[in-house]
Design a protein around this ligand. Structure first.
Ligand code: SF4
Length: 634
């Protein structure tokens, strides 16, 4: 399970590539099919059967609510899914009446938005206004699905989530033991559905070779279950695993049991390893000439052939995917998350890798960052035109790690010249070269949003992490985007090595000023994690931290624990940072001293509150002048 609103790009990329080389390649998205099977009348009836047989002590408020309101769930599930597929927009009126869909425990989150002067009338009125009925209904229907996901978790499979399913079995798991135990257990309802979907896909396509992509740890259990079904029912079909999870976590794979499921595991961009693998399977290439591939017999083989250039990798194709089945969800009330989860975007890559490749928290030593390869504008335009023609949709997500400004300028100029009328968004670095003129050009070409890393808003820490930007520069660049009408989302970080309580409070003050000055409209605070592939993981002493002893990993290896002598309890500060950000995104709380957000037991929206609570943590006064961003902008 990855996302319910859009297919993950890798299958579209590889199908397009393999077809461009003359292979008969088909793709299937079993994750959206599995979601639909669970979220159907039959699925809910099967789940209800399991809820009914739960012993009393295993029942939860979620399962009890589901059982009590089962008839309403059964009668509303198909219309709600159709609505989320965009098929029945007028149902929004009934959904927003709040009397149509059953409202289980997840709906209590709505009440958390309410506080102070904002609790007048409909609690969601402030977010959607009187006319935003479609969005309002999407949010309610998303909470309804989240309740159902919780029921599946409580009654069928404790590891279940629509995203990050059974993630803990795979994320940085040094041994295969837990996954092996889970895969050796009798199939539950979810596994049964996936088993059936795999059998259907096998009989529909009759493949010789099945490639399974696992972009994230939450895809790994499902990937192995799919491979298990293939090996049990059609042992002659060759299976191979690839994707982001393998590229980051399986770089030191020594576990033979993996090969009971997959015959091959490939690393990094799939195109070249797959060409070599197919030649090998056809008998025209010896095993020792495979490229970045683990095999059971030879372990890791890398013949070290050059990768296929981005320009030669073919046009992604969505042919064969059920484009009408994806669900437009509105989960968090965050403008950028909305782009991620709502609507289906064609995916295109301007450049493979990152042209900067220096940030010390990033996997700069791995191919997906370090190998920079730019496709020229004509190739990109050709791909964009072809995808519009194929899908009939004009929304594009540039899935770059950091799209280069020069290439964006060239792309924007060509888009305007050809009057393609697309909407697009993507990730960038907040480079000086994004000045007012370039931002306006990008907006004119259809750019609606950008995301970029501000990380810890502190010039000391930005320097230490080699981000290559300063807070004042970010202010000017983001303001240029905003002035051009482009939504700006900032990736924010806390818990970076040597970050003190003072740094955290000061960073929040910068963020407050950036929101107040209209530079950024959206953001998200991530807790820093150290990966073994990043400069911090490779040279911890340069960042003043000590790594935990490395586990004796035979399977996955990525995140690593570390000790920071500053001893700051970052999780505690994280709660205050997130609370403040939530309010800033809704345009409130700018007048409040940033220290207030860290006070314990405050409600989410604390505007106007004067009550102070004691805290055992230090929350120093900010040292940032209150008009610093304003000055930088003028
Ligand atoms: S964090 Fe972003 S800008 Fe920095 S090296 Fe990684 S991809 Fe590039």
């Amino acid at each position: 399970m990855t996302q319910l609103n859009t297919p993950y790009p890798s299958t579209a990329y590889l199908t397009g590539f393999l077809r461009s080389r003359g292979f008969q390649a088909e793709q299937a998205d079993l994750s959206i099919a599995l979601a639909h099977q669970l979220l159907s009348v039959d699925g809910l009836e099967a789940i209800h059967g399991q809820v009914s047989s739960l012993p009393r002590k295993r029942q939860t408020s979620t399962t009890r609510f589901f059982a009590e309101h089962f008839e309403r769930y059964r009668s509303t599930i198909s219309p709600a899914i159709r609505f989320l597929q965009g098929g029945d927009p007028t149902l929004a009126h009934r959904i927003t009446s709040r009397r149509y869909l059953p409202e289980g425990p997840r709906f209590s989150s709505i009440e958390q938005y309410v506080g102070g002067e904002l609790s007048v009338g409909d609690p969601l009125g402030w977010a959607f206004g009187a006319l935003g009925i479609q969005d309002h209904a999407k949010h309610i229907a998303t909470l309804y699905l989240n309740d159902l996901a919780d029921v599946i978790r409580d009654a069928v499979d404790p590891r279940f989530e629509f995203v990050r399913y059974a993630e803990s079995l795979a994320a940085s798991q040094p041994t295969f033991d837990q996954l092996h135990t889970a895969l050796s257990t009798a199939r539950n309802l979810v596994d049964d559905y996936l088993h059936g979907l795999t059998l259907n896909a096998l009989s529909r396509h009759q493949p010789d070779l099945v490639l399974v992509t696992a972009p994230f740890p939450g895809n790994v259990y499902g990937a192995f279950r799919i491979a298990q079904t293939i090996k049990q029912t059609r042992p002659s079909v060759v299976t191979a695993l690839g994707g982001g999870y393998c590229n980051t976590e399986l770089r030191n794979l020594k576990e033979p049991r993996v090969f009971d499921y997959f015959d091959f595991v490939t690393l990094d961009s799939g195109e070249r390893p797959l060409l070599a693998l197919i030649e090998h399977l056809k008998g025209t290439r010896p095993v020792e000439q495979l490229v970045r591939t683990y095999t059971r017999a030879r372990h890791y083989v890398d013949f070290n052939e050059p990768d296929i250039a981005l320009a030669e990798s073919g046009t992604p194709t969505y042919a064969g995917l059920p484009m009408g089945d994806y669900l437009s969800l509105l989960d968090m009330l965050n403008p950028m998350h909305r782009l991620w989860s709502d609507g289906r975007w064609n995916k295109v890559t301007v450049a493979h890798g990152c042209y900067w490749k220096k940030c010390s928290f990033c996997d700069v030593n791995l191919d997906y960052i370090s190998r920079y390869d730019l496709a020229n504008t004509d190739v990109l335009i050709g791909r964009i035109e072809s995808m519009i023609h194929e899908t009939g949709q004009t929304g594009f997500h540039l899935v770059d790690e950091a799209a280069p400004p020069k290439a964006l300028k060239s792309l924007a100029t060509a888009l305007i010249k050809r009057d393609l009328g697309i909407s697009w968004w993507g990730n960038i670095r907040f480079e000086k070269s994004f000045d007012a003129g370039l931002c306006q050009l990008l907006a004119d070409s259809g750019c609606i949003a950008v995301t970029g890393g501000l990380e810890v808003a502190s010039d000391r820490l930005l320097k230490l992490m080699k981000k290559g930007v300063s807070v004042e520069q970010v202010a000017r660049v983001t303001r240029a985007f905003s002035d051009a009408g482009i939504l700006v989302h900032a990736y924010l970080m806390y818990g970076f090595p040597t970050q003190t309580a003072q740094d955290t409070v000061d960073a929040l003050e910068y963020v407050r000023q950036l929101f107040a000055a209209g530079c950024i409209q959206s953001g998200f605070f991530h807790r820093f994690t150290c990966t073994v592939h990043s400069p911090v993981g490779k040279h911890p002493q340069m960042y003043g931290v000590a790594l935990a002893p490395p586990p004796n990993a035979t399977f996955a290896n990525n995140d690593i624990n570390f000790t920071d002598p500053t001893g700051v309890d970052h999780d505690w500060y994280g709660a205050g940072l997130k609370k403040a950000l939530f309010n800033y995104m809704h345009g409130i709380g700018f007048e409040i001293d940033v220290r207030e957000w860290f006070l314990e037991n405050e409600p989410q929206v604390a505007a106007g509150r004067k009550t102070r609570h004691r805290t055992r943590h230090t929350v120093p006064r900010t040292l940032v002048p209150p008009n610093l961003i304003e000055r930088a902008l003028s």
